[in-house]
Design a protein around this ligand. Structure first.
Ligand code: SF4
Length: 82
């Protein structure tokens, strides 16, 4: 199982392709962040305001498989210290 991390200014997003159900909830919910025609296909970098970050949290929360996860920056900092 490989979980990849995509960094953003307010929140990060992680993704595990092994469990993705390809329901495309993410792509429908926030196409500026989730664009399967782009590499990397997840770019939390566009969520530059608290409102956009909150919307990203909501969209990630709709992922039916658990493939997507929000990584709040506190967790990210702990990861860097490991
Ligand atoms: S919403 Fe979740 S399960 Fe659906 S395509 Fe996106 S990552 Fe995969």
């Amino acid at each position: 199982m490989t979980r990849k991390h995509y960094l953003g200014p307010i929140v990060d997003v992680s993704f595990d392709g092994a469990v993705c159900a390809h329901a495309a909830e993410c792509v429908r919910g926030m196409p500026a962040v989730f664009d399967t025609g782009r590499r990397p296909w997840i770019d939390p970098g566009v969520a530059t305001t608290p409102e956009l970050a909150e919307r990203l949290r909501t969209v990630v929360g709709r992922c039916p498989s658990g493939a997507l996860r929000i990584e709040e920056h506190r967790a990210h900092e702990q990861r860097e210290q490991q």
